[in-house]
Design a protein around this ligand. Structure first.
Ligand code: SAM
Ligand code: SF4
Ligand code: SF4
Length: 339
């Protein structure tokens, strides 16, 4: 018999509403702010295949979350389109009643995959793109991928009917500030929702400094100086992006101010890592190993019990206490935990 429980709340009263699933810790890019080549070089040990949750295991976990009222599922990584036959996982997840499925990708393989993903049941997609000129983009992805490849991926996603399409750009001081206006100009009026993300101190390898962050407030001002903006209400409670519309009707943008205006008090996300650990915060230093009981034959009730007790105990609010916590906390890399 299937039971549906009301939203589970954590120790700070936050409901559990979103599940992010990392399907691979590998990536074809080496973005300097995420997987710097000095650390993620040829000798880096990625997870061996048997350590990865299978599609059946991922789907079982997602179904359990579904019974807890968690319907928003995002596939991420690493680069999720590198996971072989990821569209078949999308197909399995799409069968979960009420599932609202999306995926975040760097876009390099999207032109090839967009239609298959849509056919399998993917509804929406987010594509990361940090600049519109190749010199800047290639410097940031550090793997010689061109802007044109990603734009072709976005066009293929539009043709396939994935909607809405969001584009995420991480802005770093002195690196791609000029991309703010380039990207705004390019995506205005296209139906694509452009979102700017403040550069964050995720993981332990990206050499983050507060001075490198271009604040959401500054980004908003730079855009509004060219094209006036007006605030929009959030689409849903707990939405992380602050929404603005162009006053001339050319669409909307989002600003994700994780550093300057943290949103921990509304954070309703849990992350499932590639090898089956649950993380209740992007900045967690430790995960909860769900794979061991999963592979040891635990029944649904036991797994649900583990998940509910983990969420009920949750007190994470790293971004709100960043200045006190940042220095000594050992953090897990985003490519593993799932961005
Ligand atoms: N590979 C996919 C991609 O890049 O879209 C999915 C995984 S990636 C870790 C997810 C998102 O995290 C991307 O939009 C990326 O720009 C963002 N990200 C990674 N490192 C970041 C950082 N240090 N600060 C802010 N955002 C970051
Ligand atoms: Fe790969 Fe995405 Fe990280 Fe870039 S941000 S290195 S594309 S996982
Ligand atoms: Fe959520 Fe942790 Fe980010 Fe705060 S720092 S918004 S708790 S993931």
């Amino acid at each position: 018999m299937k039971t549906t429980l009301p939203h589970l709340q954590d120790a700070l009263g936050r409901p559990l509403q979103d599940l992010r699933i990392s399907v691979t810790d590998r990536c074809n890019f080496r973005c300097t702010y995420c997987m710097p080549r000095e650390i993620f070089g040829p000798d880096h040990a990625f997870l061996p295949r048997p350590a990865l949750l299978t599609f059946e295991e991922i789907t079982r976990v997602a179904r359990l979350f579904g019974t807890l009222g968690v319907h928003k599922i995002r596939l991420t990584g690493g680069e999720p389109l590198l996971r072989k036959q990821v569209e078949s996982l999308v197909g399995q997840l799409a069968e979960i009643p009420g599932a609202d499925l999306t995926l975040t990708t760097n876009g390099a393989l999207l032109a090839r995959k967009a239609q298959a993903l849509k056919d399998a049941g993917l509804q929406r997609i987010t594509v990361s793109l940090d600049a519109l000129d190749d010199p800047t983009f290639k410097r940031m992805n550090d793997a010689d991928f061109s802007v044109a490849q990603v734009l072709q991926g976005i066009e293929a996603a539009q043709r396939a009917g994935l909607h809405p399409i969001k584009v995420n750009a991480v802005i770093q001081r002195g690196v791609n500030e000029h991309a703010i206006l380039d990207l705004a100009r390019h995506f205005r009026g296209s139906g694509v929702i452009l979102r700017f993300i403040e550069f964050m101190d995720v993981g332990a390898t990206n050499g983050w400094q507060l001075d490198d962050v271009v604040s959401a407030g500054e980004i908003q001002q730079r855009i509004a100086a060219h094209w006036p903006l007006a605030p929009l209400d959030p689409n849903a409670p707990g939405e992380v992006a602050q929404r603005y519309r162009y006053c001339d009707g050319a669409g909307e943008i989002g600003l994700i101010a994780s550093v300057t205006r943290p949103f921990c008090r509304n954070c309703s996300r849990i992350r499932l890592s590639t090898d089956g650990s649950l993380f209740t915060c992007l900045f967690a230093s430790q995960g909860f190993d769900l794979k061991t009981p999963l592979r040891a034959g635990a029944d649904d009730a036991a797994l649900l019990q583990a998940i509910t007790s983990l969420w009920r105990q949750r007190t994470d609010r790293y971004s709100e206490i960043r200045s006190e916590a940042a220095q000594d906390q050992r953090k897990i890399e985003m490519s593993y935990i799932g961005g």
